[in-house]
Design a protein around this ligand. Structure first.
Ligand code: NZQ
Ligand code: ZN
Length: 390
């Protein structure tokens, strides 16, 4: 196993009445003027926004509001948010929504705490020195941004989707009420669960010796998510299943399932970010669409690791050798994704990639042919192209 540091400073408030704690939590962070940032309308329709504004008013906290964050959040709205916050003297950002709203909030928070163009940080031209405080009320179990150190933003100029990871942007608090996720469409529930699983699988598929405890946590988390998403799709108001998914969303991306590993592979995320940057697909669905192609490409480099996954997570019978067992596990994962309505091929998302499209995706994913992606097997531009093609 590898040495590691583990840092998760987010104060989690979990349960049915957590939302009403928001005023107290912001006051605890010295927030005086808040930006309430939200998405396309689900938080308004469910009455959540009214509950939030009531709670802030009761705590004597003033606020401004900015909605309209779309999945795969855009730089244009981030810039609008930065200008609004500067004009209004906002000192705390409250994200009410999912990963897209939280990531947009983190980008605004970087923008108001540093001079210059915020995109420079995502384009890796400069490193941010500060970040304004962000808190969240989570409405979907998926991206894990509520406890992660990341933010992913899409620049409409060239449709480049780029991530930025620093310890500065970790949410000060995360309010998690599983009942808020009852209104999710089935597709978003499934796509979110797939993303949760992929955050653990990206870390699990490593070539280095791992900590047995970390493997056990990862395997258990994956099995729990498979059980809970199946239950939540059957009964969207199954509280325990929703709670399991929500907590797994955070645990799968706050570093816990990576302790003692080399940090993970992350190829599938890189492959997917190009897809959702250009074709605006749901992130979790895009991950499912590329996973098995990636897995079949890299598995021969370490069949034993995939065989362990097959037996411990997918519960398959061992085959004659590790390769056969590994292939059974990949098939089983693919079948599971399909069982929850997720695509396992890019064309199942309604995208017919031409030769030229695949070359362009591979070019952008390799940062214009300047990098390889992944640690399990580093993939260059040509290898990336082949995964898309498969
Ligand atoms: O916009 P509204 O109307 O709220 O609708 C949203 C959106 O259409 C809807 N939704 C959310 N909560 C709902 C709800 N609908 C009904 N009831 C509710 N309670 O769900 C849709 C998807 O929302 P979004 O925030 O986009 O989902 P998710 O949490 O999956 O976030 C995806 C984004 O996060 C990034 C992805 O790349 C993508 O841009 N990621 C961020 C990460 C991070 N910061 O650590 C890591 C991830 O790997 C990921 O890359
Ligand atoms: Zn993800």
């Amino acid at each position: 196993m590898q040495d590691f540091e583990y840092y998760t400073p987010t104060h989690v408030v979990f349960g049915k009445h957590a939302v009403e704690r928001v005023g107290e939590l912001i006051t605890g962070q010295n927030g005086k003027k808040v930006l309430i940032h939200y998405g396309g309308g689900s938080a308004k329709r469910s009455g959540l926004l009214d509950r939030v504004t009531d709670a802030l008013e009761q705590s004597g906290i003033s606020y401004v509001m900015l909605g309209g964050v779309v999945p795969n959040p855009r730089l244009g709205l981030v810039r609008e948010g930065i200008a609004l916050c500067k004009r209004e003297g906002v000192d705390f950002i409250l994200a009410v929504g999912g990963g897209s709203v939280i990531d947009s909030s983190k980008a605004i928070a970087y923008g108001i705490a540093n001079d210059g163009d915020v995109w420079d940080f995502y384009a890796k031209k400069r490193v941010p020195q500060a970040c304004a405080p962000v808190g969240t009320i989570l409405t979907i179990a998926a991206a894990g941004s509520e406890m992660s150190n990341s933010s992913v933003i899409t620049n409409e100029d060239g449709w480049l989707k780029r991530g930025l990871s620093t310890e500065l942007c970790r949410c000060k608090f995360a309010i998690m009420d599983p009942t808020l996720t009852y209104t999710l469409p089935a597709y978003q529930t499934a796509s979110g669960a797939a993303d949760v699983m992929m955050h653990t699988m990206e870390r699990y598929f490593t070539q280095v010796d791992t900590l047995g405890l970390t493997d056990s946590i990862a395997e258990s988390l994956l099995k729990s998510v498979m059980r809970d998403v199946t239950a939540a799709l059957k009964n969207p108001e199954d509280y325990d299943a929703r709670a399991g998914l929500m907590w797994a969303s955070s645990l799968s991306h706050n570093g816990l399932t990576g302790c003692g590993t080399d940090g993970g592979d992350w190829s599938c995320h890189q492959l997917e970010h190009e897809l959702s940057g250009k074709y605006d697909v749901a992130h979790g669905a895009g991950l499912c669409a590329v996973w098995s192609s990636w897995a079949r490409t890299v598995m021969p480099a370490n069949p034993a690791r995939f065989a362990k996954f097959a037996i411990q997570v997918m519960g398959v019978q061992p085959g004659a050798d590790d390769i056969e067992t590994a292939n059974r596990g990949i098939d089983a994962m693919e079948a599971f994704f399909q069982s929850i309505g997720m695509p396992v091929r890019i064309n199942q998302m309604g995208i017919e990639l031409t030769e030229e499209d695949m070359r362009e995706l591979a070019y952008k994913c390799s940062f214009m042919d300047t990098r390889k992606i992944g640690r399990f097997v580093p993939l260059d531009k040509e290898a990336i192209y082949k995964v898309y093609q498969k």
